[in-house]
Design a protein around this ligand. Structure first.
Ligand code: HEM
Length: 457
């Protein structure tokens, strides 16, 4: 299982351990979470080798190293997800496309996240968030925030983005199948009964069947600019680019969009709620900003329709969301493969090796952030703008040609959630202490974060 060095290159291989045969260090990774990468980085440096999910891997941290990997797409590296992820997302997904095909697919998808499209989703996203917070507040028991945030982001993706009209019961089934899918997207590629990989394949097949049914039953609105959901925009955009999407492409794109939105947004929502609980002064400053902009009156949010531009104009809110995504970046990094041997931090990355660039470790070790472990939204204020000091020090949404397509949508969702929380809810931690965090597959609290919501008095 040990991939070899490039003998024609004089540079040494990165330091590191390859763990046990076949499984490598996968078990250490699952159990140690974020600590796994941090401990190895401290021991071996910013570029180290390991063996995860069935293959050798070079893990890369630090803005300059990450810049080289992300800007080297096509020349030094190309995309290379673990086999389980690649199989479960399918050959037509963006994640699995490269070169011109990737560029073309991205162009089609881009319209789904345009300013105009986001404006049309906004009232529906707001409505889904308000309904969810009402349900949380009416529950006499504490809420498991991470689990319920998953439900909220799934709801947003299925009802708002895709416009599927499914019953509550169907939604419940879809949600559980989707959880099985997500839990096994990063699994050892061993196709045996009861293996995670087999469970993931079964979940994918079942999802594709339900999605095909929902797409066939869905009324499509692709006339003019009066979009109702992202699926309509996607179909219209494909038409404008002279492409017909096949049913298989639509099913894979749909699953990819929900997958990309689901765990990431739930993780960020949970981290946001946790930080607002930990830092009442930040919550109060958010309320003050809402009051100053006329959005909050006598402790109540103004009921008028919120516009995208008014959300974008809330500067402190922007800082809060940025800081949550810096300190608790939901995605720990991205996978690539070296298409030629190249140098990184004085060591060789041999052709054919998998490379994982690191987001969270890069944030955690970046010298541009003062008091790097502190939750300090003002570091993103116009006066300080610490993120402007270097392009690849802050990258919760990745960078380069494969950066997150849903970045604006995710940010909008988190901002709307923060506005509703600051303006229309009271909430308290229901445990004595804050829970520990784990980072696989995305950052989340071990107990899900137990919070009692009260709504407004
Ligand atoms: C890619 C983060 C939400 C759609 C990515 C990547 C990151 C990321 C780091 C790049 C991975 C790489 O370099 O390989 C996040 C975070 C989110 C979020 C932190 C929430 C806080 C969303 C949402 C959507 C979305 C809501 C869409 C509904 C995508 C897509 C890609 C992507 C389609 C693949 C782009 C490509 O391969 O060209 N995301 N994401 N993401 N994201 Fe997001």
């Amino acid at each position: 299982w040990t991939a070899t060095r490039d003998k024609s290159c004089k540079l040494p291989m990165p330091k590191g351990s390859m763990g046990f045969p076949i499984i490598g260090e996968t078990c250490h990774w699952f159990f140690q979470g974020a600590g796994f990468h941090a401990s190895r980085r401290q021991k071996y440096g910013n570029v180290f080798k390991t063996h995860l999910l069935g293959r050798p891997l070079i893990r890369v941290t630090g803005a300059e190293n990450v810049r080289k990997v992300l800007m080297g797409e096509h020349s030094l590296v190309t995309v290379d997800w673990p086999q389980s992820t690649s199989t479960l997302l399918g050959p037509n997904s963006l994640a699995n496309s490269i070169g011109d095909i990737h560029r073309k697919r991205r162009k089609i998808f881009a319209k789904v996240f345009s300013h105009e499209a986001l404006e049309s989703y906004l009232p529906k996203i707001q409505q889904v968030i308000q309904e969810t917070l009402r349900v949380w507040s009416s529950n006499p028991d504490p809420i498991n925030v991470y689990r319920e945030s998953q439900r909220l982001s799934f709801h947003m993706a299925v009802r708002v983005l895709l416009g599927f009209r499914v019953s509550e019961e169907e939604m419940h089934c879809l949600f559980h199948t989707f959880q099985d899918f997500v839990e096994n997207v990063f699994s050892l590629p061993i196709d045996l009964p009861f293996s995670g990989y087999r469970k993931g394949i079964r979940a994918r097949d079942s999802l594709q069947k339900s999605i095909e049914k929902a797409i066939r039953e869905k009324p499509l609105h692709t006339q003019g600019k009066d979009y109702t959901d992202a699926l309509d925009v996607l179909l219209e955009s494909a038409k404008e680019n002279n492409t017909e999407l096949t049913m298989q492409e639509l099913k894979e794109s749909t699953i990819e969009l929900i997958f990309a939105a689901f765990a990431t947004t739930a993780s960020a929502s949970t981290s946001l709620i946790m930080q607002l609980l930990r830092h009442p002064a930040v919550l109060e400053k958010l309320r003050e900003e809402l009051r100053n902009c006329g959005l909050l009156h006598d402790g109540c949010l103004c009921q008028g329709e919120l516009r995208l531009d008014s959300i974008i104009s809330l500067k402190y809110l922007d800082c809060v969301i940025k800081e949550v995504l810096r300190l608790f970046a939901p995605v720990s990094g991205g996978y690539r493969i070296a298409t030629q041997t190249f140098e990184l931090d004085g060591v060789q990355v041999p052709k054919g090796w998998s490379v994982m660039y690191s987001i969270r470790d890069t944030h955690d070790t970046s010298a541009v952030f003062k008091d790097v472990e502190a939750f300090d939204p003002d570091r993103f204020s116009p006066e300080r703008s610490e993120d402007r000091e270097g392009r690849f020090h802050y990258l919760p949404f990745g960078g380069g040609v494969r950066s997150c397509l849903g970045k604006q949508l995710a940010t909008l969702f988190l901002k709307l959630l923060a506005v509703e929380l600051a303006g229309g809810s009271r909430f308290e931690l229901a445990t004595r202490t804050f829970p520990r965090l784990i980072s696989v597959p995305v950052v989340h609290p071990t107990d899900g974060l137990r919070v009692k919501f009260f709504g407004l008095d």
